[in-house]
Design a binder for this molecule. Sequence first.
Ligand code: ADP
Length: 266
Amino acid sequence: FRVALTPIRRRDKGVVGAIAVLHDVTEAEKLESSRREFVANVSHELRTPLTTIKSYTEALDDGALEEPPLAERFVGVIRSETERMIRLVNDLLHLSRFDSRQAQLRRQMTDVEEMMEDVVDRFSLQLRQKAITAKVDVEEGISQVWVDRDGIDQVLDNVVSNAIKYTLDGGSIYLTAGTGEDGQLSLAVRDTGIGIPKKDLAHIFDRFYRVDKARSRNMGGTGLGLSIAREIVRAHGGTILLESEPGVGTTVTVHLPTVREGGEQP
Ligand code: ADP
């Protein structure tokens, strides 16, 4: 709280009282500090690959170019660091498109089963590389929904890519669509992966939060995937929930209110 005190004076009696005005500044301050933290995080995440690129370029300049096998390795590092920066900037752009609650959704009639099958198709190469089986199950009677197709694709991509990243070779992933409370559409992605420790669950949707920073980085993670998913789901008026048990697996469930065709608000 910020307190402003104004004395009440009487000409003959001096100060007889005071008016205290209490301003609740906690919300504004919290917002400001989270904004500052976000900028610091982005800068750090961009500086790391840039520093690597700079030092490897200098090494090439300083003679590594004369040793082709070495040069090849250095160029490989530069390329993968550049790709990481591109992923990060793409993620930041997605965040900025959806991060206000009034985000403009481009809703269109979307076939749920086709949408789920398409996600699996987009990851078929990665699934095959890790010998992970993916199964899609859509409840009878669920057909078309009025959603921002690109947005929900992004949500499913982020969640499924995590499911693949954090599931060991030979595991399984189940994508289901069903009817939740109040007739909401409920989309779930369950994996048989490594799971998330209880102490991390509360932070899992925070921007740049990673359970294991080094591991996530190695897998190409930016720490933004779930926060982007949450922003998109919120823009639809929905909710996203993650349940996990270490060693057993993780389930992410998205609830989306049904909106009639042509409608905007849930
Ligand atoms: P990242 O880009 O690092 O994957 P996310 O925001 O998508 O960032 O996820 C945050 C963290 O949550 C990940 O770093 C990972 O530790 C954990 N996580 C997310 N999904 C899963 C999952 N299906 N299984 C295990 N851990 C997960």
